[in-house]
Design a protein around this ligand. Structure first.
Ligand SMILES: *[C@@H]1O[C@H](CO)[C@@H](O)[C@H](O)[C@H]1NC(C)=O
Ligand SMILES: *[C@@H]1O[C@H](CO)[C@@H](O)[C@H](O)[C@H]1NC(C)=O
Ligand SMILES: *[C@@H]1O[C@H](CO)[C@@H](O)[C@H](O)[C@H]1NC(C)=O
Length: 753
């Protein structure tokens, strides 16, 4: 269908608004609850309601009642009306752990990405920090392609806060202010009162700062993965959360400002279709403009299908550990010892104290005000996981006169325990250790113990990286044939800049203020990859977002420092593609991937049609120029055929034979390259790869191959199995994981056996 003339489009907008207004009268529904809705429009010029979008989506956001929303949706020019959702924030060694060096490899070839601007959509920034200071080694102005700026407010003086490092700062609160922003807690400015955005921005592109540490922990040079890149901040998250309409508005602005990479450490936690997911829609429009969007996988693991930000055009990042721990040892009266982790800045005299379980003193999870002082005074209290922040459990113990606290990690977390900057002698231990300590306490009349603090420990044992238990897992609910997460990156105990407007534990009772904080979450792993992507974009300016993603995934590694498969901390077993994606990012290798899998807007539209979003209007939501895509005129394809550096297939019937097509482009320096294939079939399958040799004889030549995955009877009995294929020319290894999801009957048959 041809693009409608502009006058029709304008009329269309007016009609949509008029419909909303009319509904107010028709329905007499003034008493109805009003919510923010994002209206995806087929058209261009729009009245300004809360926001009108032109870049990240086509449409507007407005406060409507449910009835008004229905009326708007009935308008012919309206593609969809989506109720606004609240997003969750996911929550320096990492540069060297990523083997980044200013003198060689990716950082050297991109000059630290001084010509790149990374957009950080988050809680804003605390600008008065060495990580964001004016940098004399950078050009005084940002790259000419960047058109953004810093806004000034009474609390954020742009001429003081912004410089040649922090080149943009804007805020978006129209969606959030559906409920008024409490300006005592939140600044209606780009200023970060929460810390999260400051931390994310510094991980991506903070300038090097020496002697950075938190209470002496993790001391060293803190620097972003792209230390020369410029930062543009879009504050879309507030104390009450991040609203979809604000996120789309921020994306819209970032696209218009001409940023190079968008870093999104946030997501909707609910399982959604791409059509309902603002990051999918606005991310699509960013990718159309050549802007790669890097997004966190989410920190709600380890359950399966918890992964968020799963659109195939987003680079979705899970979290893994490094070779650094903040170690404690608990010694019990009977001589048993257990390892834990803590960022408590003090020490103890090393004497044994009485131990008591919170559950025997009024509150198993150690809530403030619920512990019986007569039972905990002077003692170390063991607290169960959950309900309140770990640091708050310490506060509860302190307020009841306790001496110290041992916090149990969640049982689902396995060996993972989160490091916390406790206010009293305190440590977190894996759940199994907590149970052993409890067992000792129950069987001993006068249980005693002590906590020893060992500070920062760099060690090859246990091996690293390991997959963080909280890191969200695949398969993706919206499209299980798109492997998610894509990669993992450091996200456990990451030191980076912090806001002085909040304590390191984020508790009000904690009056400490720090320049750097240590956080764990996919929120911290995402900006590492945003920085790496910025370096790649500068080093390889002709690469599309899909090529950057491909290079990062096909060169990712899957073995840990001991040479074994990377272990999942939740299970203690090797992780598969639904935990690890293609593997752990390896920036310097990504510079030389050999072959890449490219894909563009048309491929993504094919996938949307293949996913059954067949209604022309629905797919049209993704296209901001008013074009309508007609799925029935598109090449029929399968979702698994999308040209990416990973393969995920869903077996619907036992005995299936699934064929997947891929096209690779030779980007290696050797024009006459010959690649041969090797593979590890996922248990329960046989692989046939045709051809098994790819011969290239011209620059940037492409070659297509097919993989036939045949399910065989003598299979594994797992719900998911995985393998891989690797193309190699001797110099490069181009690896793709293969994930297989088996039908429920497969597992049921096993249960019957
Ligand atoms: C912002 O800072 C500049 C430079 O210090 C100063 O001249 C200007 O008056 C300040 N603006 C406001 C609104 O405070
Ligand atoms: C705003 O936040 C302050 C500080 O947390 C609190 O004391 C106050 O009650 C809040 N106001 C409203 C209206 O919630
Ligand atoms: C989509 O294409 C089919 C087949 O060409 C055609 O019948 C149908 O009318 C088209 N739909 C629209 C909305 O253009």
């Amino acid at each position: 269908m041809a693009k409608p003339p502009a006058t029709t489009l304008f009329l269309c907008s007016l009609l949509a608004v008029a419909a909303a207004a009319a509904a107010t009268w028709i329905g007499h529904d003034e008493q109805d609850d009003v919510s923010t809705y994002i209206v995806h429009h087929i058209a261009h010029p729009l009245p300004r309601l809360l926001y009108s979008y032109a870049h990240a989506a086509t449409g507007f956001a407005a406060r409507l009642t449910a009835r008004q929303a229905m009326h708007v949706e009935a308008q012919p020019c309206v593609a969809a009306v989506v109720r606004d959702t609240v997003y969750e924030l996911h929550t320096t060694l990492s540069s060297s752990f990523l083997r980044l060096s200013p003198s060689s490899g990716l950082q050297a070839e991109s000059n630290g990405a001084t010509d790149a601007v990374i957009a950080v959509l988050d809680t804003g920034i605390y600008p008065d920090h060495a990580s964001f200071a004016s940098d004399p080694s950078l050009s005084p102005t940002p790259p000419p392609t960047f058109r953004g700026e810093c806004v000034s407010t009474p609390e954020f003086n742009a001429s003081v806060c912004c410089n040649n490092k922090l080149v943009g700062a804007k805020m978006f609160y129209e969606g959030a202010s559906g409920k008024p922003i409490n300006e005592t807690e939140d600044s209606k400015s780009p200023l970060d009162t929460t810390g999260h955005g400051t931390h994310s921005a510094a991980i991506a592109a903070g300038s090097p700062v020496s002697d950075a540490n938190l209470f002496g922990f993790a001391n060293g040079v803190a620097k972003g993965t792209a230390p020369g890149a410029r930062i543009a901040v879009y504050k879309v998250c507030w104390k009450m959360g991040c609203f979809g309409s604000d996120v789309v508005a921020g994306m819209n602005e970032a696209i218009a400002d001409g940023v190079d990479i968008i870093s999104l450490s946030l997501a909707v936690s609910r399982k959604k279709t791409f059509v309902e997911d603002p990051t999918a829609i606005s991310g699509f429009n960013a990718v159309r403009k050549g802007i790669l969007v890097v997004a966190s996988a989410g920190s709600n693991g380890p359950k399966e299908s918890t992964v968020t930000n799963t659109a195939p055009w987003l680079l979705t990042v899970g979290a893994s550990s490094m070779n650094r721990q903040f170690q404690t040892i608990i010694v019990l009266g009977d001589g048993q010892t257990f390892s834990g982790t803590s960022l408590y800045p003090g020490d103890t005299d090393g004497s044994m104290k009485s131990l008591v379980f919170g559950g025997f003193a009024g509150s198993a999870v150690c809530e403030i005000g619920k512990l019986d002082a007569s039972k905990v005074a002077g003692k170390i209290v063991l607290c169960e996981a959950g309900q309140v922040l770990d640091a708050e459990k310490g506060v509860a113990v302190a307020q009841a006169g306790g001496f110290g606290v041992i916090v149990s990690s969640r049982s689902s977390y396995g060996e993972y325990a989160k490091a916390t900057a406790h206010l009293i002698p305190g440590t977190t231990v894996p759940n199994a250790a907590a149970l052993e300590i409890l067992r000792y306490m129950v069987k001993t009349p006068y249980p005693v113990g002590k906590i020893l603090f060992f500070g920062t420990v760099l060690s090859s044992s246990p091996s690293s990286p390991r997959i963080a238990s909280f890191s969200a897992r695949g398969p993706s609910i919206a499209a299980p044939e798109i492997l998610k997460p894509d990669v993992v990156a450091p996200g456990v105990s990451i030191l980076a800049a912090w806001s002085r407007l909040i304590s390191p534990t984020e508790l009000d009772v904690d009056k400490r203020r720090v320049k750097f904080n240590i956080l764990s979450g996919t929120s911290a792993s995402c900006p590492h990859v945003s920085g790496v992507a910025a370096l790649l974009k500068i080093a390889r300016p002709s690469w599309t977002p899909a090529m950057i993603m491909s290079a990062l995934t096909t060169t990712a590694y899957v073995q840990d420092s001991s040479g074994n498969a990377i272990v999942d901390m939740a299970t203690g077993k090797p992780g598969g593609p639904f935990e690890l994606g293609a593997g752990h990012v390896d920036p310097n290798s990504a510079l030389h991937p050999g072959l890449v899998y490219d894909a563009g807007v048309d491929d993504y539209l094919d996938v949307l049609c293949a996913l059954g979003y067949s209604d022309e209007d629905t797919v049209g939501i993704f296209l901001r120029d008013g074009t309508i895509t007609n799925c029935s005129t598109r090449a029929s394809t399968t979702v698994a055929d999308l040209n990416r550096g990973s393969i995920s297939v869903v077996v619907t019937a036992y005995g299936d034979e699934i064929t997947v097509r891929r096209t690779v482009r030779n980007v290696g320096s050797n024009v006459d390259a010959v690649y041969t294939v090797g593979g590890v079939p996922p248990p329960g399958t046989q692989l046939r790869i045709r051809p098994s040799k790819l011969v290239f004889d011209a620059e940037h030549q492409t070659r297509t191959y097919t993989v036939v995955i045949r399910t065989v009877s003598s299979g594994s009995f797992d719900k998911y199995t995985h393998g891989s294929i690797v193309w190699s020319d001797g110099a490069h290894k181009v690896r793709s994981p293969i994930a297989v999801t088996w039908p429920p009957s497969h597992s049921a048959a096993v249960a019957a056996i």
